[in-house]
Design a binder for this molecule. Sequence first.
Ligand SMILES: C[S@@+](CC[C@H](N)C(=O)[O-])C[C@H]1O[C@@H](n2cnc3c(N)ncnc32)[C@H](O)[C@@H]1O
Length: 275
Amino acid sequence: MCSRLGVLVSDEVFSADWLALREAADHRSRAHELADRLGRTGQAAGWTHVLDLGSGTGSNLRYLAPRWPWVRSWTLLDHDARLLGAASAPGIADPIRLVGDLAAEGVDAISSADVVTASALLDLVSEEWMTRVVDACAARGAAALFTLSYDGSIDWRDEDPDDGLVREAMNAHQRREKGIGRALGPDATVVADRLFREAGYKTCLRPSPWILNGLKDRELTLALMQGWIEASIELRPTDADRLRAWQSRRAATVQAGAYEVMVGHCDVLAVPSDP
Ligand SMILES: C[S@@+](CC[C@H](N)C(=O)[O-])C[C@H]1O[C@@H](n2cnc3c(N)ncnc32)[C@H](O)[C@@H]1O
């Protein structure tokens, strides 16, 4: 999921530290079989060019490049030149780095891509942008793999009476304007799946939940909670004391490594009916 904190520096500007903090959880949580299935399809079809939208520092590239050795050219697109400048992956000498906006250069770049991919992005985008992306993919005959989109579920192993308050505020915040229209938030994957099917694609949805627990995920979980609380208080300032009290209770168990939380994400694969 896209989150805030010292994470989101300002609206839709993400810190490299946050992207690095989440990378291990992202990579282990993905629906690996969807990437592998698309890899086999791409190799058989003789595809060569992959476009990664909202690439940040290249986490999606680092996950996909070893699995898709047939790719000859990677294009990374992001509006943050600083993040793009830091993008690299072992064995990928020179990805093409495109500084641009998802709604302009991002949609245009699809016209030369065989595969369009993105990770941790769809919950930020609007249905209108998603429709343009699906239309551009269909016009080109490109496949798509959109991974790690937040699906609205946050489930703690041990319940707290205010878990629901935080989750509802977070989900409402997720659906606000994020720079490219009213964000799809938790509905993103389902909407992308429907739009691709309406365009004649074969699609496949798979869960890709973060399961966070123990000391190994402590820093990520604390950062995530901080982002949730900032978002929740922004939306419900009158509940600020209650929300901060929830954070203190949760932080005590997270600090001790005595917690487990499932943060729901979903991946969607869309392949043209005749690749
Ligand atoms: C949550 S981050 C995910 C980054 C990366 N895909 C990953 O998995 O680590 C979302 C990315 O989308 C980029 N982004 C957000 N809005 C954008 C826009 N309107 N145009 C281009 N990039 C955008 C941000 O700069 C950020 O790198």
